[in-house]
Design a protein around this ligand. Structure first.
Ligand SMILES: C[S@@+](CC[C@H](N)C(=O)[O-])C[C@H]1O[C@@H](n2cnc3c(N)ncnc32)[C@H](O)[C@@H]1O
Ligand SMILES: [Zn+2]
Length: 944
């Protein structure tokens, strides 16, 4: 069985067969079977007076064509009714679209309105439909079946059918509508002309950093003189002041008789003489104390050489740069003057080129949870071993009365966090009174998880229970019902964002708020449209490798970044990016980042190629195929070329010198591996070398999408980059707990012996894990999905076509028990052997083979990739937990936390690929908020 809307729309479907009862209207009925037909006609098009197409659907057999006989389709058989219902809905959609798009200006000529665009279907279409049809019950039923006002997704998912109906048999005057360019031809964003540059374009500086890894894959482009880009290659540092050395380069030990705070001294590294070379430690003296010894004790902070930091795994370009550290000698054995072997000439707070001394120090290296941070004068005063501030002082410093925060609490079996408002401070006792809120879901099962109620209760708590800021925003009950919730409050609590539309009175009765009586004492949380001070406008963002925009849109949801430029090479991705833009003015570059960078380096600026002064922020999710563990051929050419694209992110930082940048990739980026030539490389460490070498601050995180509320086990590495002096954004906050079992994850071992960028697993979260079942809440059961159209959720569609064999196979995979795999079904005899052997032979041999296995509804969805690979023995877990099919595009969207109302363009497989390539939206949003904090802090704006 198939949908009638496939006839002549999809390749191969140009003849269908009909089984059923033929009636001549005069009471004579004949049962017929296998009647071929190839023509379908739907009436009542181009007639706004009629409200629906019922009774106007006909088919014609080839034989009946000559005498123009049509058969009207009436009542479907039971087994066909699902298909029929979906088709009639689609036929009505095409009727309405045709009524809107096709006009007959005078008499015969039918023409299309050329200016209809996808955006018209967001809200204008339904308004227009209501003008013509609101009185019709049939129309209302039709609208209710869809369940929302925004028709863009239906238009995008059913584009082929709609276009076919408009274009069907008509004149060539049709097909001019902009809508078709947008959704069918994906041709609105034109590819940039010229030859695509296949090598990774880099600046001289980036070339110097990556040449030994990517050699032939790089194209060094030299900027025109006195223009942009770091030209460090050419800089010769005049070094006036050096330590005394012997011929072999060894430091000549000199006796040090006195030092002052602020001096840098050298000490011999014990047991580290290496190949005749004396290895030394460098230390910054910040104090001179009197210990029990007659000799004064030196209080020092260690200075780290690049090889003492995570840069060790890369090739650091400045040999004379040292890093201040957070490592002092307070808890180590005392240092005396007699331990010193010399005074070290060091310039602080200057860059390479600016120092006349042997060494320069401009950054501080944080040893635990490694980060590079701009050195400040305060760092030079003393180490941080002092008493510090109390937790009460910290709360007092960070929050004010009316701020909303998360309070530690105990919930059933787990530690949790609850939103509360700071009501008053008691400085005398160091305590804080907080206003308690209640979760709406306690009183209304339909309430979203992040709906909260104001209550009359106030409680006094100690400062140690206050964890962090959260955002609470008023949303009227009507807007809540209508789903009109401003971003980022419609994400069920991701980013610590809560809505409040009602309060609980002293009798525990719940009453709605209006905006006027919403408590003024509560400092309402920001929303995506909240203005910033005029003189501190949003940062202008550049979204490289932008894909369908999940990363970019999420970052914008923090309210401090507007993406102004986006670059991607993939047509459906950039079309999707465009469809979901907030700012229609964004410049979209359909072409290679390499060409973009080449133009930028050469100073060929245009509407699409930004000028370095304009760009404040860069996000980049460069392709990860080269680094994925799934990729077996890591060193092949294509794979290396993909890897080398990481260097274009460094290039973008070099060229545009943004305030902030954020890079996303898989953890495999940080794996040390041998190049075929025997060279050991670590791309991540090299990238850090490259940007720290430019003077940028960096920090890295391993983040799991489940920590932010996605029902997916996606784990990604983020490298956060900030310009000198700009505060690094804080770690995005984890709103959702992990499942019962969670493995350790981190990058390589740092020189201090610890793995770093570890997965955060301890500490309470407001919410527990979102399982597959929770994440898919509200999606209808579509069984095997064979109908091929889910009216209320147009993206609940397959990304690939199954044949009879694979469909039958899927239906035999057990739904219950521990092993819900194809292999298990074979082993236990549930699956007929026939299928076992036919589908794949190789995988059958692997023990614990995961081919064609089911997801667990109480667990997470596996990492969504660019396409489904059910036959793979390792990554084959793609069968729905309960329904006989693989997961749909909609389920992939949900697992990636795409908001339900956003649009995907392209065919089914392309849409799926866009989703699989994305940064999980929940994580992107959490980053958006983190960037917000960094931005507000930098501008001294109160956090909200
Ligand atoms: C991992 S995806 C990034 C997705 C995006 N961050 C998101 O959240 O949707 C990588 C993207 O890089 C694009 N790409 C690959 N090579 C490219 C190149 N040379 N120039 C521009 N884009 C490229 C791919 O089309 C793909 O959309
Ligand atoms: Zn100390």
């Amino acid at each position: 069985m198939t949908l009638l809307s496939n006839l002549n729309v999809h390749r191969g479907d140009n003849l269908l067969l009909f089984d059923g009862v033929l009636s001549d209207g005069a009471g004579e009925n004949h049962y017929v079977e296998g009647v071929a037909f190839s023509i379908l006609s739907v009436g009542n098009y181009e007639n706004k007076e009629s409200h629906d197409v019922s009774g106007n659907i006909w088919i014609q057999t080839p034989g009946a064509k000559n005498n123009n006989t049509w058969y009207e389709l009436k009542n479907p058989s039971d087994e066909y009714s699902e298909y029929w219902e979906a088709f009639v809905w689609l036929a009505n959609l095409s009727k309405h679209v045709i009524d809107l798009v096709v006009v007959k200006p005078d008499g015969d000529f039918v023409v299309e309105k050329e200016d209809v665009v996808l955006l018209d279907f967001k809200s204008d279409f339904i308004d227009w439909l209501r003008v013509h049809h609101s009185g019709s019950e049939a129309f209302q039923r039709w609208h209710a079946m869809y369940g929302k006002d925004d028709f863009r997704q239906a238009i995008a998912a059913h584009r082929d059918w709609l276009w076919n109906q408009v274009f069907n048999g008509s004149t060539d005057r049709l097909n001019n509508c902009k809508l078709w360019e947008e959704v069918r031809y994906l041709s609105v964003v034109r590819p940039v002309p010229g030859t695509m540059e296949r090598r990774t374009v880099v600046t001289p500086w980036v070339h110097r950093c990556f040449e030994h890894m990517f050699g032939e894959n790089l194209k060094k482009v030299v900027p025109p003189p006195k223009d942009i880009g770091a030209t460090l290659e050419a800089v010769v540092v005049p070094i006036a002041s050096r330590m005394k050395r012997d011929r072999t380069g060894n430091i000549r030990c000199t006796e040090v008789t006195s030092v002052e705070p602020g001096t840098v001294v050298a000490l011999r590294r014990e047991g580290s003489d290496w190949g005749g070379k004396t290895m030394v430690w460098y230390a910054y003296v910040h104090g001179i104390g009197n210990g029990p010894d007659p000799e004064p004790e030196l209080k020092v902070i260690w200075l780290y050489a690049p090889e003492d930091t995570i840069l060790a795994k890369g090739k650091y370009p400045h040999h004379n740069e040292l890093f201040f550290s957070d490592h002092c000698n307070c808890n180590e054995k005392p240092i005396h003057l007699s331990d010193l072997i010399g005074i070290v000439p060091v310039d602080f707070m200057v860059g390479p080129g600016e120092s006349g001394k042997e060494f320069f120090v401009r950054q501080k290296y944080r040893t635990s949870d490694p980060a590079f941070m701009t050195l400040t004068k305060a760092d030079l005063v003393s180490c941080t071993c002092g008493p510090g501030i109390t937790s009460y002082e910290e709360v007092r410093l960070n929050f004010e009365v009316g701020d909303t925060v998360l309070l530690g609490s105990k919930k059933q079996d787990r530690d949790s966090l609850d939103p509360v408002m700071i009501h008053a401070f008691n400085d005398k006792d160091g305590l804080i009174a907080v206003r308690l809120f209640e979760m709406g879901s306690r009183y209304d099962p339909k309430a979203r998880p992040n709906e909260i109620l104001w209550t009359p209760a106030v409680k006094v708590v100690g400062p140690e229970f206050i964890y962090r800021r959260c955002h609470v925003r008023f949303v009227s009950e009507a807007d809540l019902q209508a789903g009109k919730i401003p971003a980022p409050y419609g994400r069920d609590g991701t980013g610590d964002c809560f809505t409040m539309s009602a309060f609980m009175d002293t009798d525990r009765k719940i009453k709605p708020y209006t905006h006027d009586d919403f408590p003024k004492t509560l400092r309402e949380g920001y929303c995506i449209d909240s203005p910033l001070p005029k003189d501190k406008p949003r940062m202008k963002g550049m979204d490289l490798f932008c894909g369908g925009g999940s990363f970019g849109r999420g970052l914008e949801e923090g309210g401090v970044i507007d993406m102004k430029w986006a670059v991607d090479i993939d047509v459906p991705a950039i079309a999707t990016y465009r469809a979901n833009l907030r700012d229609q003015g964004a410049a979209l570059y359909l072409g290679s980042v390499n060409n973009y960078m080449e133009d930028a380096i050469r100073g060929k600026y245009s509407d699409l190629v930004a000028h370095p002064d304009e760009v404040d922020f860069i996000s980049a999710g460069s392709p990860c195929q080269g680094f994925s563990n799934a990729n077996q051929l890591k060193n092949n050419d294509k794979s290396l070329r993909n890897c080398s694209l990481v260097a274009s992110v460094a290039t973008a930082v070099d060229v545009f010198r943004p305030k902030y940048a954020l890079l996303e990739n898989v953890g495999g980026l940080a794996t040390t591996r041998n190049l075929s030539a025997g060279v050991e490389i670590n791309v991540f460490a090299q990238l850090v070398c490259c940007v720290v070498g430019m003077g940028y601050q960096t920090q890295q995180f391993t983040l799991d999408s489940w920590s932010f509320g996605s029902a997916q086990s996606r784990t990604r590495l983020f490298l956060s980059i900030a310009a000198p002096g700009a505060g690094l954004p804080p770690r995005p906050t984890r709103s959702h707990d992990h499942g019962p079992i969670v493995k350790k994850a981190g990058l390589f071992t740092a020189p201090n012996g610890e793995k770093f960028a570890n997965r955060e697993t301890t500490g309470p979260c407001p919410y527990s894990l979102i399982t597959f079942k929770n994440g898919m809440r509200g999606l209808p059961n579509i069984g095997s999905g064979h109908v091929g159209a889910c009216i209320p959720f147009p993206d609940h569609r397959h990304s690939r076509t199954e044949n009879n064999l694979t469909r039958t196979l899927i239906s035999h995979v057990p739904k219950f028990g521990k092993n819900r795999t194809w292999r298990r079904a074979l082993d236990t005899g549930v699956m007929p052997r026939l299928f076992g052997d036919k589908v794949t032979n190789k995988t059958k041999l692997v023990p614990h083979c995961r081919s064609w296995s089911r997801l667990h509804e109480d667990g997470l969805c596996r990492t969504i990739t660019t396409s489904l690979t059910p036959q793979c023995a390792f990554t084959g877990t793609w069968v729905h937990p309960m329904e006989h099919r693989l997961i749909t595009v909609m389920e992939a969207r949900r697992a990636q936390s795409f908001p339900d109302d956003e649009v995907l363009l392209g065919n089914n497989a392309q849409a799926f690929k866009i989703v699989g390539n994305s940064v999980a939206r929940s994580v992107a949003l959490a980053w958006g908020i983190s960037m917000r904090y960094a931005y507000l802090e930098q501008h001294n704006i109160l956090r909200r």
